[in-house]
Design a binder for this molecule. Structure first.
Ligand code: C5P
Length: 247
C-alpha cells in the first residue's frame, strides 16, 4: 500500500519549500544550505523554464522530492501528455487547473496512474489572486469564491485526483466535503516570528496543521531567513506539536 496515499506522511515532507528563484544557482545554494533538513521542494514555471527543466533533475539527483507546480490547463489529451511527462520526471507531486474540467482531470488521472501510481495529482481551484469581484466578472456567476472552490474540490475528488491547493483557512471544510484522505496543499503559512509579505489570509504552521492542512508550501519565511535551517526546524517543531495534539 502506498504510504503517502495511506495518509502516513513523513513529518518533514509536510514542509514544501518554495524555490521562487529565477536561476538554478540561487536555488542550489538554498538546497545545499538546508541540507538534510528539507526533503520536498516546489519548482514553479519561472525556475523550470529558466533551468530548462534541469532543476528537477538536480533535485531528483539530490534525493529530494519535487512538487512540479506548472498548473496544466488544456484539452484532456494535451494535459494528460504533459502530466505523463511530469510523472516520468519522477515528480512526487504535480498540479493541474480544476477549471480545465472534470473530463480533463479524469483523463490525467487515468493516464498517469497507468505509469505511476505513487505521484500525487493535485488541482488548483480558484487562484487566490482573484477577488470576489473578478470571479463574478470572469465566470459570469453569482457563486462566491468559496462556493466555486468547494465545487471544484468536489469535482477534483470525483475525477480521481489526490487533493487540491487551498488556503489553510479552507482546509477544514475541504476535508469535510472530500474526506480526510483527500490532500490539502496550503500556501499562505506564516510562523508568528515572520512577516506576512504579500500573503493576506495567513495562518501559523501549527494552526494550519490543526485545521487540516497536509502539506505546507512555505517560501520566504525559510528562504528569506538569515538562517534558513533554523527557520525550517522551528517550523518543523510547530508541526510536530500540532501532530501530537491531533493524536
Ligand atoms: O514566500 P511564500 O511563503 O509566500 O511562498 C508561497 C509559495 O506558494 C509561492 O511559491 C507562491 O507562488 C505559492 N502560492 C501561493 N498562493 C497560492 C498558490 C501558490 O502563495 N494560492
Amino acid at each position: 500500500m502506498n504510504k503517502i496515499k495511506n495518509n502516513t506522511i513523513e513529518t518533514r515532507d509536510r514542509i514544501i519549500v518554495a524555490l521562487d528563484y529565477s536561476n538554478m544557482e540561487d536555488a542550489k545554494k538554498m538546497i545545499n544550505n538546508l541540507g538534510e533538513n528539507a526533503s520536498v521542494y516546489k519548482v514553479g514555471l519561472e525556475l523550470f523554464l529558466n533551468s530548462e527543466g534541469k532543476m528537477v533533475d538536480y533535485l531528483v539527483e539530490q534525493k529530494k522530492k519535487v512538487f512540479l507546480d506548472l498548473k496544466f490547463h488544456d484539452i484532456p489529451n494535451t494535459a494528460a501528455m504533459a502530466s505523463i511527462f511530469a510523472s516520468k520526471e519522477k515528480c512526487f507531486m504535480f498540479n493541474v487547473h480544476a477549471s480545465g474540467g472534470k473530463k480533463m482531470m479524469q483523463t490525467v488521472a487515468e493516464k498517469v496512474k497507468e505509469i505511476n501510481k505513487e505521484v500525487l495529482i493535485i488541482a488548483v481551484t480558484v487562484l487566490t489572486s482573484l477577488s470576489e469581484e473578478e470571479v463574478k466578472e470572469t465566470f459570469n456567476s453569482n457563486f462566491t469564491l468559496t462556493e466555486l472552490a468547494e465545487n471544484w474540490a468536489k469535482l477534483t475528488k470525483e475525477a480521481g485526483l489526490d487533493g487540491i491547493v487551498s488556503s489553510p483557512w479552507e482546509a477544514k471544510s475541504i476535508k469535510e466535503i472530500c474526506g480526510k484522505d483527500f490532500k490539502t496543499i496550503c500556501p499562505g503559512v506564516r510562523p508568528e516570528w515572520s512577516v506576512a509579505n504579500d500573503q493576506k489570509r495567513i495562518m501559523t504552521p501549527k494552526k494550519a496543521i490543526l485545521n487540516g492542512c497536509d502539506y505546507l508550501v512555505i517560501g520566504r519565511p525559510i528562504t528569506g531567513h538569515a538562517e534558513p535551517k533554523v527557520a525550517f526546524n522551528l517550523i518543523l517543531e510547530e508541526i510536530e506539536e500540532a501532530l501530537l495534539e491531533l493524536n
